[in-house]
Write a protein that binds this ligand. Structure first.
Ligand code: URA
Length: 228
């Protein structure tokens, strides 16, 4: 499947199915509502990640949200709970949203890839970054969420989300902190992933980066206000 950034639709939306498309051997079928996503996702065979994961983790939040937050892939806690951003990265995201004055219940939170990818080390399941092929395969689902929620702004939390939303690999430092038009009425705002902050060993640097992240979330919501 070739990714394109079309003039009228973001990359993930370019993979959106046509209305009425029949079930496919990959197990995907267009959904009629956000409520249908969970069941539909659990039939997905577009890549092999479903085999080891406990379940597919759909996006959730306000179904008419103007702001969508897109992470990378569910982690261990999300895989078990079936909800996005409920583990350590989620706790940091919640804190950053709170500091930025954003109510998580007013936004839609999801991931570029919907099944946990991990490596088993003893009893621990360690996160593994999804491949480009897996991101592309799963962009079908992100496109479904974009089609149903129709956000005005999608915040890409990290490089994997940016890749899925923009259809190309980008350097976060070169793209972060501004609204990038992707056609139609949607823009993409690239920033870092909360796990990037969690992994920082040095306390002072972590604090500075967290402040920058909060600042960018604040700017994103300001942009949205100005955009009307
Ligand atoms: N990291 C993500 O990208 N998404 C989650 O849901 C949790 C951690």
């Amino acid at each position: 499947m070739k990714h394109r950034v079309t003039e009228s639709r973001p990359a993930a939306a370019a993979d959106a199915p046509e209305q009425g498309q029949a079930d496919s051997p990959s197990g995907t079928r267009p959904v009629e509502s956000i409520a249908d996503l969970r069941d539909a996702l659990n039939h997905c065979r577009r890549c092999a990640l479903w085999q080891a994961a406990t379940q597919g983790v759909p996006g959730e939040g306000r179904e008419t949200a103007r702001l969508m937050l897109v992470g990378e892939v569910p982690g261990d806690a999300e895989d078990l709970a079936g909800h996005p951003f409920v583990g350590p990265a989620g706790a940091l995201l919640d804190r950053a949203l709170h500091e930025a004055g954003i109510d998580r219940r007013a936004v839609f939170v999801t991931n570029a890839v919907k099944h946990f990818k991990f490596e088993q080390r003893g009893k621990r399941r360690l996160h593994v970054r999804p491949s480009i092929a897996e991101v592309k395969a799963c962009s079908w689902w992100l496109a479904e969420e974009l089609r149903l929620v129709r956000p005005r702004l999608a915040v890409a939390l990290g490089a994997t989300a940016a890749r899925s939303l923009l259809g190309r690999s980008v350097t976060i430092s070169a793209m972060r902190g501004r609204a990038v038009p992707v056609g139609g009425t949607m823009h993409v705002w690239v920033t870092v992933h909360p796990s990037f902050l969690l992994r920082m060993p040095q306390e002072t640097r972590r604090r500075a980066e967290l402040a920058r992240f909060v600042g960018e979330l604040r700017e994103a919501i300001e942009w949205l206000r100005r955009a009307g």
